[in-house]
Design a protein. Sequence first.
Length: 125
Amino acid sequence: MNGLPNLDTESLTPLHWVAFALAIISGVVHLVLIVALDIPPTSTFGILFFLAFGGYLGGVALVAINYHRKLLYLLGVPYTGSQIVMWYLANQPAGPADLSAFEWIDKSAQLLLLVVLVMLYFEED
């Protein structure tokens, strides 16, 4: 035994895979933005973007190994919701035309992820 947790793919539903895709999309967008916007990794935004990236990927990994899934869904809602609120407060777009392609992708993924997390929470035994 190598001591590493095992993936529990047998218990994953198609809704889990949708959640994984949405979380990975949002995480990767944050990582890409660090490079695209030339954000210093040690700056406040650099750290926050790395934490967003790590939080989404960490959540995917923990759900994949079946670690307290229901709690993770519950924690994922305010985590993702706070990302949307913080983005809005930092950018205050006047309308949809103010959003970049990355923002459209990220915020769409996050909004859908919120819905999927709630659905997963209520589907969990």
